[in-house]
Design a protein around this ligand. Structure first.
Ligand code: BDP
Length: 684
């Protein structure tokens, strides 16, 4: 027996040249620390944290001295900083902490110190957790909530909770995230009960030293639901007083509380419309309650009207008329696309159009429509595309980035990402999903960063084999690990678009879980704009949603230059073709193929891409610890199976309309449509 154990131990020592990891350390794995002297006049919890990070993770010149200095400089914005080889200067202590993380990141990426001023693109850089008070996470694929416990009744705070929140806060601060909304936008009114607020306070206390403010999502009907009032009408005096008292109570516990996130009059959530009032009435009433304490209201524009007009038009139709009417502590939070976090959407027409109202983009980090935590999809490329989209609202070059980050409109700036974090050991379910949390933070800090740079940094930090020694990336590692893994990440979103919804197709997934294909899904009596055929409009002539003048005319919500470009079949980028046009199956595409053939090739190519990712990953086995290698390998296998199902389902389904053959040089489907429809693709 003993010799068997010895053999087993030896076997593993010989086998894995890299220490097994469970991913819990995220991109903060460095264990090496050289000598460093830190000179700093101030003393505070934040400064202590900054010093500790330097001392524990120093990878620069051994014995160097580094000065941390708080000093006003007009070039520095907010919590930005000036980085020099031996000095970090900032206007605030938090700026110093961010500077320290930047310096350490550069060291750990094996770079020379990039001496310059670093300013954040957005003042508020927030995660939105869709965590329910009962511990479940809406659209969460990485275990349970890190903030709320199963069952919901247990609000006690354990040392384990505090440790987890501390790690969470540190990870966020390391990428510049400075706020978090800790409960679901479909909000339980109970979050505002006195006993729940005690837990909110406990979370805020742990997050504070890392510069992270806590916000909560509120239920608009709270005054009636938990306050004992007869109504929640925003113009009712008792209701107004109730919210003012509630705000006071919250700020007495949490003096730096951030404010409220509100989903109102949307998807069945209560809101001002229930009382015949407007979004302005609702948002301004809450804003007035928070104003004396410095809090803000983030009012979401994710709404559908009761009428079943083209859903892509609804947010704009409801909000644009109110431009300029919101209080100065209200920000309208707008999803990147006009419908709902699809694998690819054009930008929402609200960006750049509401010139007198601050607008904050809402991105989705959790992969609700992009393969949950099973598919490897690096989202930075999608967000980069979004930021670079040209709204033309203030002339050419009025990109979404510039319209939202204060460059064009001088106003409050903020950005939110719906978190993909849970209690799984690796936080995000998929080791590569950590890259999306990282990328969100980095882009919120600097919306000009390229996906490539972000991938580069993340791979180095996450997979550097040499965490115990001085950073030194060998050519072998760079050529045979970094390069193929980076390529896989950068190609991964386009691959998902190809095997799920190419050429502007959208909203054709299975209803409810939103995982597998479901272009056929419709049920008698359900709103048309919740069914899938409504979005693809396939018929014997062709496929796609006509949003031009001859259709819903949603295009009219964009600037005329954009509307003209998207509205003309000859100039509309092919990736948005079926978003804006109903196109003949025989339409000639740029490739010279017909639309039907092109669709077949795209779906097939998506599958081939994932098969390619499998090869890339299998080849890098020697560079990754066994734990993470196997976990990713297994997920890629599942992704390849799923991509095949998506392709087969969509091609066989649409073929019923096109009545054309799948080109013979494409691999044949291996599933029957009936079977896929019955099995619902092993929904996870
Ligand atoms: C949809 C999700 C739903 C969310 C909603 C929202 O399916 O779970 O509650 O968005 O953003 O994408 O409010």
């Amino acid at each position: 027996m003993r010799s068997l154990i010895l053999f087993t131990v030896l076997f593993f020592v010989v086998q894995s040249n890299v220490q097994a990891e469970d991913g819990h350390k995220l991109w903060l794995r460095n264990q090496f620390s050289g000598e460093v002297n830190v000179v700093c006049a101030g003393k505070s919890e934040i400064i202590d944290l900054a010093k500790k990070e330097l001392k524990n993770n120093w990878n620069g010149i051994d014995g160097a001295t580094i000065q941390l200095l708080v000093k006003k400089n007009n070039e520095v914005k907010g919590d930005g900083f000036i980085l020099e080889e031996n000095k970090i200067q900032a206007n605030t202590e938090l700026g110093l902490l961010y500077g320290v993380f930047e310096l350490l990141r550069q060291q750990q990426c094996g770079q020379k110190v990039n001496e310059k001023t670093y300013n954040p693109s957005y003042e508020l850089r927030l995660l939105n957790h869709w965590d329910n008070l009962n511990g479940s996470v809406e659209r969460g694929y990485a275990g349970a909530s890190i903030f709320w416990k199963k069952g919901g009744s247990d609000l006690t705070v354990s040392d384990y909770d505090k440790k987890l929140w501390h790690e969470y806060a540190r990870a966020n601060a390391s990428v510049g995230i400075n706020g978090t909304v800790i409960n679901n936008v479909n909000a339980s009114p109970n979050v505002l009960k006195a006993e729940t607020l005690q837990r909110v306070k406990a979370i805020a206390d742990v997050l504070r030293p890392f510069g992270i403010k806590v916000f909560v999502s509120i239920n608009f009907s709270s005054p009636a639901l938990v306050g004992g009032l007869k109504t929640s009408d925003p113009l009712n005096t008792e209701v107004i007083n109730w919210w003012q008292a509630k705000a006071k109570e919250i700020y007495s516990l949490i003096p730096d509380f951030g404010g409220f996130l509100v989903k109102a009059s949307s998807e069945g959530q209560p809101g001002p419309h229930d009382y015949g009032r407007s979004h302005v009435d609702g948002a301004n009433m809450l804003a007035d309650a928070l104003k004396p304490h410095g809090g803000i209201v983030m009012w979401r524009a994710f709404v559908y009207s009761a009428k079943e007009d083209d859903r892509a038009e609804q947010a704009y139709a409801e909000f644009f008329p109110f431009d300029g009417q919101f209080r100065d502590n209200v920000i309208i939070q707008v999803k990147n696309g006009p419908i709902d976090f699809m694998p690819r959407e054009p930008f929402s027409p609200l960006f750049g159009a509401m010139k007198n109202t601050p607008l904050m983009p809402e991105l989705q980090i959790t992969q609700e429509y992009l393969g949950h935590s099973i598919h490897l999809v690096f989202l930075a490329t999608m967000w980069e595309e979004f930021f670079k989209s040209d709204t033309h609202q203030e002339g050419p070059g009025s990109t979404v980035a510039k319209c939202t980050d204060g460059t064009i409109f001088k106003q409050k700036t903020a950005i939110a990402g719906v978190a993909n974090i849970g209690t799984d050991a690796n936080w995000c379910g998929h080791d590569f999903a950590q890259a999306n949390w990282y990328a969100f933070g980095r882009l919120a800090w600097n919306n000009q960063l390229s996906s490539e740079q972000i991938a580069d940094e993340w791979i180095k930090l996450t997979f550097n084999p040499d965490v115990n020694g001085k950073v030194n990336f060998s050519e072998n590692w760079t050529e045979n690990f970094m390069k193929p893994v980076k390529k896989m990440m950068l190609d991964s979103r386009e691959a998902a678009v190809n095997y799920m919804m190419p050429l502007g197709l959208h909203h054709i997934m299975q209803a409810h879980h939103h995982y597998g294909p479901g272009p056929w899904w419709e049920i008698e009596g359900v709103r048309k704009d919740w069914t899938m055929p409504y979005y693809h409009q396939a018929d014997s002539f062709g496929v796609g949603f006509n949003r031009t003048k001859t259709g819903s005319n949603a295009l009219a919500q964009y600037h005329p230059t954009v509307a003209e470009n998207f509205g003309d079949l000859r100039t509309c980028p092919e990736e948005y073709l079926l978003w804006f046009h109903h196109v003949s199956w025989n339409h000639k595409m740029n490739s010279g193929k017909t639309l039907w053939d092109e669709m077949c090739y795209r779906y097939d190519y998506g599958v081939q891409q994932v098969r390619g990712f499998q090869v890339s990953w299998d080849k890098v086995q020697n560079f990754v610890d066994a734990g993470r290698f196997t976990a990713v390998q297994r997920k890629l296998r599942k992704q390849a199976q799923n991509a095949q199902v998506w392709k087969d389902a969509c091609l066989l389904y649409f073929q019923q309309f096109s009545k054309q053959i799948i080109p013979f040089d494409i691999e044949r489907p291996i599933h029957n449509l009936d079977d896929i429809r019955k099995n619902d693709m092993d929904r996870p």
